[in-house]
Design a protein around this ligand. Structure first.
Ligand SMILES: CC(C)(COP(=O)(O)OP(=O)(O)OC[C@H]1O[C@@H](n2cnc3c(N)ncnc32)[C@H](O)[C@@H]1OP(=O)(O)O)[C@@H](O)C(=O)NCCC(=O)NCCS
Length: 215
């Protein structure tokens, strides 16, 4: 059966951001949930501009990122509750903070598990230190707290480990592979640390197969 394209979901969760001396960012902000299956170009542009500011890479432009985002999840056919989403905070029309959480089926010693793959967590350099990063990662982890996903699994650099530990995540030392990669034994994550949320729940020991590239 061919499904009609999904209507983009936009939910607005109000949050008060604590005041500090940065003049360009307003004090009352909202977390906007963008359904990545039907993302509109204007939303993709706002996210792409932020990602290119935080992670400039040769050959990776706002336009190439938009093009990728517009097609990436169009054919998602998994459970509705696990729909892939971007969480953003805007200042005027600009996205100033972003986190993405999307479903990824991985292989573990206890079988296949669909985890919430957290990626693209960033705050615009001019808006850091105002609680936006914490706000968005908490919102993403809420999908684990409410049972949408059993875990969130993600990579990050060691410098940021305390940031995620404060939010209830912990580093893991499982060997991580991608059985369908060119080199199936090579770890598909490129950052220093792999982490899971929640820290307290029993995470499978042994090899983790991302069954795809790192994110
Ligand atoms: C990491 C990042 C998202 C944090 O965003 P932010 O909006 O500045 O974070 P917050 O203002 O919500 O920080 C809240 C708390 O975390 C702390 N924190 C922020 N970054 C931290 C870090 N790298 N290590 C430890 N603590 C950190 C803050 O000091 C603050 O603590 P406090 O409330 O006790 O004062 C932001 O620095 C960023 O975009 N970095 C570049 C991209 C990146 O590395 N992303 C993570 C990829 S895994």
């Amino acid at each position: 059966m061919i499904r009609a394209p999904p209507t983009p979901a936009k939910l607005y969760v109000p949050t008060i951001v604590r005041k500090n001396s940065l003049p360009s960012i307003t004090c009352v902000m909202h977390v906007q949930v963008i359904d990545r299956r039907g993302i509109q170009e204007s939303d993709a542009r706002a996210i792409a501009e932020l990602l290119c500011t935080v992670w400039p890479r040769p050959g990776c432009t706002v336009e190439t990122r938009i093009a990728e985002m517009l097609v990436a999840w169009r054919d998602y056919r998994g459970p509705e509750v696990q729909f892939p989403r971007s969480l953003i905070v805007r200042s005027d029309r600009r996205a100033v903070a972003h986190a993405e959480i999307s479903p990824r089926m991985i292989g573990t010693s206890i079988g296949k598990v669909t985890i919430g793959a957290l990626a693209g967590v960033c705050t615009h350099p001019d808006a850091r230190g105002r609680g936006l990063g914490v706000r968005l990662v908490r919102e993403a982890f809420r999908l684990v707290d409410n049972g949408t996903y059993p875990f969130s699994l993600f990579q990050n650099y060691a410098d940021n480990q305390p940031f995620y530990e404060k939010l209830g995540a912990r580093a893991i030392d499982n060997r991580i592979v991608n059985s369908i990669g060119v080199d199936p034994q090579k770890c598909p994550f490129w950052a220093d640390v792999a982490m899971v949320y929640p820290a307290g729940k029993r995470w499978p020991s042994g090899e983790i197969d991302l069954c795809g590239p790192g994110y």
